[in-house]
Design a protein around this ligand. Structure first.
Ligand code: PLP
Length: 394
């Protein structure tokens, strides 16, 4: 065994990967497994974006770029933030990185000293705690229960803050809950952040995927103070079905962006050049495909949600955004004879041949996460299989 660095000793491998590996194993044996684990839209990247990428390569734009992104991409992002949120940023306040994930990683590396605390609401996106720990920070969890629609209250935030608190992470719309903070809820949270002078990491990667008549509000839009203390994170992965292109960005205070860019200059050199040209087209070109994909997700949600609700022992809140459902299945697991939701998930895969993600990976042990970023036909079949599995063992 290699003697590895202390910093990776507690690194938890992604739960998503473990279940996907098992599902692939079964598929290789010829088993008809339906995977509901995907964290990415099932559409190809829109044609105009593919064309722009191809054209840039033909034009010889295949070399290094500035570490924090091409000026033209920064400009496209600045225009997008102005157009969609009414926010004004200068190029010095924008840093483009290799997906929102790596931008967040870079952020925590430049922000945290050993022992600095970052408040993370449960259920959380799997990478937040690991990234904070890799930067020698300490994740401090606040549990947002189903009864509070998986959203933290200002009081909970207040109570979690200590003199070591550096920031709170807010992810709206949320992966895995699909919940969206209203403007009023964000105002109350921003007020606590102002009072205790802490930063806000606002992960808005699912901004474009919202359903019904809810609205996405960026906390940075609430006041000059909120904007100053917010690190706004977004990217093209989910909005433009560009997960594999790896383009995300941060909009924040110029000194923070400079530090992140300096770090990137030694770690990545620059985000992939071709992908940057693709992202310029994603933001500057027509946005029809974004809306088409949103509508398709909403349609699937409308079909699948009542079917999921009808499964005995499943309690599920209708999500407002993203493309995940997070039913509490503790009753179903207990009634069908499983000691834990993790065991229930394993049995769902091996016996019903449906792959879902156990909520334990998101800090929400009584839940499972299903992604509806797959065809309606497969979704319907998968939920029928789950229903059948539960009733046959009840
Ligand atoms: N933030 C959240 C909440 C996510 O779910 C994801 C991807 O699954 C990301 C950030 C990272 O997105 P990307 O690195 O593809 O830009």
């Amino acid at each position: 065994m290699m003697n590895l660095a202390n910093r990776v000793q507690t690194l938890t491998p992604s739960t998503t990967l473990a279940i996907t590996a098992k599902a692939n194993e079964l598929k290789a044996q010829g088993v008809d497994v339906i995977g509901l684990g995907a964290g990415e839209p099932d559409y190809n990247t829109p044609e105009n974006i593919l064309e722009a990428a191809y054209q840039s390569m033909k034009d010889g734009k295949t070399k290094y770029t500035p570490a924090g992104g091409l000026p033209a991409l920064k400009e496209a992002i600045i225009n997008k933030l102005q157009r969609d949120q009414g926010l004004s940023y200068s190029p010095k306040e924008v840093m483009v990185g290799i997906g929102a994930k790596h931008v967040l990683y870079t952020l925590f590396q430049v922000l945290l000293n050993e022992g600095d605390e970052v408040i993370i609401p449960i259920p959380y996106w799997v990478s937040y705690p690991e990234q904070v720990k890799l930067a020698q920070g300490v994740p401090v969890y606040i549990e947002a229960t189903a009864s509070q629609e998986y959203k933290i209250s200002p009081l909970q935030l207040r109570e979690a803050i200590t003199d070591r608190t550096k920031a709170v992470i807010l992810n709206t719309p949320s992966n895995p809950t699909g919940m969206i903070y209203s403007k009023e809820e964000l105002e109350a949270l921003a007020e606590v952040c102002r009072e205790f002078d802490i930063l806000i990491v606002s992960d808005e990667i699912y901004e474009k995927l919202i359903y019904g008549d809810v609205k996405h509000t960026s906390i940075a839009t609430l006041s000059e103070d909120a904007k100053k203390r917010t690190i706004l994170i977004n990217g093209v992965s989910k909005s433009h079905s560009m997960t594999g292109w790896r383009i995300g960005y941060a909009a924040a205070d110029a000194s923070l962006v400079k530090a992140m860019t300096d770090l990137a200059s030694h770690s990545t050199s620059n985000p992939v050049t071709t992908s940057q040209y693709a992202a310029i087209e994603a933001y500057n070109g027509p946005q029809d495909a974004v809306e088409e994909m949103r509508q398709a997700f909403e349609e699937r949600l409308n079909v699948i949600f009542p079917k999921l609700q009808a499964i005995p022992g499943f309690t599920v809140i209708r999500p407002q955004g993203a493309f995940y459902l997070l039913p509490d299945v503790s009753e179903a697991a207990a009634k069908t004879g499983y000691g834990s939701v993790d065991d229930f998930v394993t049995a769902l895969l091996t016996e019903a041949n449906v792959a879902v993600i156990p909520g334990s990976g998101f800090g929400a042990n009584s839940t499972i996460r299903l992604s509806y970023a797959t065809s309606l036909e497969k979704l319907t079949e998968a939920v029928e299989r789950i229903h059948q599995f539960v009733t046959s063992k009840w």
